[in-house]
Design a protein around this ligand. Sequence first.
Ligand code: NAD
Length: 361
Amino acid sequence: MDKKVRLGIIGCGGIANNKHMPAEKRNPASEMVAFCDIIEERALKAREEYGTPDCAVYTDYRELLKDKSIDAVLVLTPNNAHCHITVDALDAGKHVLCEKPMAMNYAEAKKMLEARDRSGKILTIGYQNRFRPDALYMKRLADEGTFGDVYYAEAIAIRRRAVPTWGVFIDKEKQGGGPLIDIGTHALDLTLFMMNNYEPAYCVGKTFHKLNAQRETGNAWGDWDVEKFTAEDSAFGFVVMKNGAVIYLKSSWALNMADPKEAITTICGDKAGADMLDGLRVNTVMAGKQVMIKPDLNGGSVAFFEGAGGGNPEDLESTTFTNAILHGGKLYVTADQAAVVTRILEGIYKSEETGKPYYFD
Ligand SMILES: NC(=O)c1ccc[n+]([C@@H]2O[C@H](COP(=O)([O-])OP(=O)(O)OC[C@H]3O[C@@H](n4cnc5c(N)ncnc54)[C@H](O)[C@@H]3O)[C@@H](O)[C@H]2O)c1
């Protein structure tokens, strides 16, 4: 029988149950052999639903890391535990897939990169939106030079009223921030990836706490706890890259905007542009006329992706990780790229704190 990656799951909450554990169950190259959560019943429930017959349950991740038979761990805890658990796991010789955002700030992200380099193990981050058919195809067009020189982009993560009320999302101390670090991170990741530009020069940012004291909220997940909502409810940033390109980053969990859109990017180059506003739309000029091209994303558009065969984004994320571990396959989301996302988000928060532009070096 082919070797399988023996996985430990650290954090058995929402994203574990909704993304990772179902995807790993479908992945023939992995098996979930250990579960850890500080709330033991969550780990026990995960074992029941997804574990191998001999699998173990822990409430302290350091105990899980002592198991030499575990090849890799998924770090699926709140943001304030990403860095130290990832560093400890890499130092214990495990490969790591850590959820987004990589870290609460750039100093933490650098510690994670150092641990990866020290250990020689694989580190990737859970930006599954890159594996969506629209994103895969936009990236291929970008890499083929379809857009030319991309000098303007919008990273869009706007919800009208969808503040996550479970876990610790609205707690600034535990998450490092609100919608900017939670969903702005996906939109910015997609944007940098499409631009293939990871060199920020400076940014200006503003964050708002305008709606988080309201009590009749109309929120998708029910009213939030006003006392606990210490993170911003909206954040906007303007980022200037070293080559002069600019990015307008918009993020909100609650904004009086009738047409919310999330985890998408718009890029504009000197040859063509593209957005994800209605599927994928490519706009350019052909034979002297403005044209809009709408690729058929149901026509096997992911087949060109080398990391794994078709499938949904979370399956591609999972199989790309196990393929990298077992066969030396290429990662699609590198930790170095994710660290730049974290660095820019931190710059936007710092600009808000100081009331001045933030310069990256
Ligand atoms: N990729 C995505 O689109 C996406 C979507 C949602 C959440 N996330 C990310 O996933 C992470 C978790 O979010 P969630 O929605 O699952 O939150 P959650 O609160 O539902 O789950 C987190 C779990 O981690 C456990 N935990 C906390 N500290 C721990 C520790 N030290 N050791 C072991 N377990 C610990 C908690 O008890 C909880 O069960 C966050 O970083 C979030 O940003 C990513």
